[in-house]
Design a protein around this ligand. Structure first.
Ligand code: ARG
Length: 567
């Protein structure tokens, strides 16, 4: 049963009787109070006070007189303008637990997206740079949003908008031709590419002719010279091969790798259109779109030397995506430092007269530091993601060795726990907050961590294994106690949280939800025996345990964390 729909109908009936009024959107007004003393659902009457021209407490009073207890509603109370509904505990628990079990991994899903397309630009790594921790958040937030939107019936297109354009690639080709070899880059991978680049800069200090060579090779890439493209594509292949190892560890995939260079031949029409619409303005030899009226610096479209900055590529990419996918939303999961960049070119799309400019959204996130120190390539303080993940798996393995030496498949579980811990930590706080990565917090089995939630899930699974087949029909009256009701209330909140996570592009709501559900279950578990002589009561408690396991698994799945059955 959908409780909100049920209660909304009762409220609508009371409104008709008491005020001869009808109001839209009542189910959406119903809240689930955090404090159980405020009931299972609360209806804020101040939402109606303007339309009814009456103070909220008076409205609550009049409505409550007209809502009688029934098999679902135990009682209604008026508190400060709220109408608080208390449901019959047994029916409430039964209905929610059974719904979770029946829907399994589809719990919290819906078809409200109606197949509308969401483009998600995430990870978007740069060629010839090794995957480091600075790209973890974009990768995992994007991955989680992908899963969350799909859960709600949208169709997602995951786009790795590769940074594969820029003068540095000309320099790298020059360096490669001088000092590199196919074997060296094949074996050394992306590190070998970085070395070439570093060497180029060092030698260019004493040999300025090198810079010219770099420029020449960049020009050749631009002109589509076969040799230049062959080498450049090799660099790309090597970078992507290295990155793929990381993506495999994290379980992340993409539908498209169309990056900056993909738009080389797609920018001219955009520039032409800007000119035709009178938006392009010359400024010291360069071309810009003026945004003074919007209180922003001008958006650079064409540099003095004819080169195109990233805004022009992003514009071309947005037009391409609109045409190719007809997106409902186009999300950019990119650090908040780039906020101005996105606001600028979103505004340009708006000025061009496209109403879908409103569907472009910068999903910003904070910076990551490591053990209290800001990362800096220049100072040589970098943390590579493959190394970080490998270390997490090793550490998880040590803990497992200590806690459960007899566990089967320790390697697999260590991978799930180690990597899950890193991902969970990354998605725990509001995305806009900066993150300080600290090992002691990431892998703490007792804190608000991935391992803690995974451990609770495994605990549920082991209770279920012990319980075996149910031998009696469940008697849900057994769940009429405060701790069990807290678990039920958490389960009930999940579908709403998935929707909210989607609306706000905020996966952390689900991360935090898993901690809430897990700790509510643990509190229940410590104070109640699940398997007792009473088979019907045991069955109800087993079902609550199964529903918890299932919902934890689903929620973890949505944020990209695996849920081992044994730990
Ligand atoms: N490659 C860029 C970086 O590493 C991010 C690109 C984001 N996507 C975009 N369409 N601008 O900072």
């Amino acid at each position: 049963m959908e409780f909100k729909a049920y209660l909304a109908e009762k409220i609508a009936g009371a409104l008709r009787e008491a005020f001869d009024a009808s109001v839209d959107g009542i189910p959406g007004f119903l809240e689930t109070p955090h404090n159980p003393e405020m009931g299972d659902f609360a209806f804020p009457c101040f939402r109606l006070s303007k339309a009814l021209r009456m103070a909220p407490p008076a409205i609550a009073g009049k409505l409550s007189e007209r809502i009688a207890p029934d098999p679902v509603i135990e009682r209604v109370e008026c508190v400060g303008g709220y109408l608080n509904f208390f449901l019959h505990k047994t029916g409430y628990a039964q209905s929610i637990v059974e719904r979770v079990l029946e829907q399994g991994e589809r719990y919290g899903s819906s078809d409200e997206g109606q197949g509308r397309v969401i483009c998600i630009d995430y990870s978007s790594i740069n060629i010839a740079k090794r995957f480091h921790i600075g790209h973890l958040s974009t990768t995992m937030i994007g991955n989680a949003l992908y899963k969350i939107y799909e859960h709600l019936g949208y169709k997602c297109v995951g786009i790795n908008h590769l940074g594969d354009w820029g003068t540095q690639f000309g320099k790298m080709i020059a360096a490669y031709r001088k000092w590199g070899s196919p074997e060296q880059v094949e074996q050394g991978g992306v590190n070998a590419l970085t070395e070439l680049y570093v060497r180029f800069h060092k030698e260019a200090e004493t040999d300025p002719a090198l810079e010219d060579e770099g420029r020449l090779w960049f020009k050749k890439i631009e002109d589509g010279d076969p040799e230049a493209l062959r080498i450049f594509n090799k660099f790309k292949e090597i970078t992507l091969k290295d990155a793929q190892r990381v993506y495999d560890m994290l379980g992340v995939q993409f539908d498209s790798y169309a990056g900056e260079s993909f738009y080389n031949d797609k920018m001219q029409p955009v520039i032409d259109e800007l000119r035709e619409k009178g938006l392009l303005k010359e400024s010291q030899g360069a071309y810009v779109v003026d945004l003074e009226d919007e209180g922003m610096p001008p958006c650079l479209i064409l540099k003095k030397d004819g080169a195109t900055p990233s805004a022009t590529r992003d514009l071309a990419a947005a037009f391409y995506r609109k045409k190719t996918y007809d997106f409902y939303k186009d999300l950019y999961v990119v650090a908040y430092q780039q906020d101005l960049h996105f606001r600028q070119w979103f505004k340009v799309v708006e000025k061009m007269g496209y109403d879908w400019a409103k569907d472009l959204e910068h999903v910003a996130f904070g910076m990551v530091s490591y053990e209290g120190r800001a990362l800096s390539t220049r100072e040589g303080y970098v943390v590579y993601l493959d190394e970080l993940l490998t270390r997490a798996v090793e550490k998880a393995r040590e803990i497992i060795e200590e806690k459960s030496p007899n566990l089967a498949d320790k390697d697999k579980v260590a991978r799930q726990v180690g990597i899950g811990a890193v991902v969970f930590f990354d998605l725990f706080n509001n995305r806009i907050k900066d993150i300080d990565f600290r090992w002691e917090r990431v892998l703490n089995f007792d804190g608000e961590t991935g391992p803690y939630v995974q451990y609770t899930h495994a605990r549920c699974c082991s209770v279920l294994a012990k319980a075996g087949e149910l031998s009696a029909a469940p008697d849900y009256a057994a769940l009429d106690n405060a701790q069990a009701q807290e678990v039920v209330r958490s389960l009930e909140r999940f579908p709403e949280l998935v929707r909210e996570a989607c609306q706000r592009n905020e996966p952390s709501l689900l991360t935090r939800f898993t901690v809430e559900l897990a700790s509510n279950f643990n509190r229940y578990y410590y104070e109640n025996r699940i398997l007792t002589e009473d088979a019907a009561a045991s069955a109800a408690r087993v079902n609550l345990t199964a529903a918890t396991a299932s919902c934890l698994r689903t929620a973890l799945g949505l944020i990209g964390v695996e849920a081992p059955e044994k730990m």
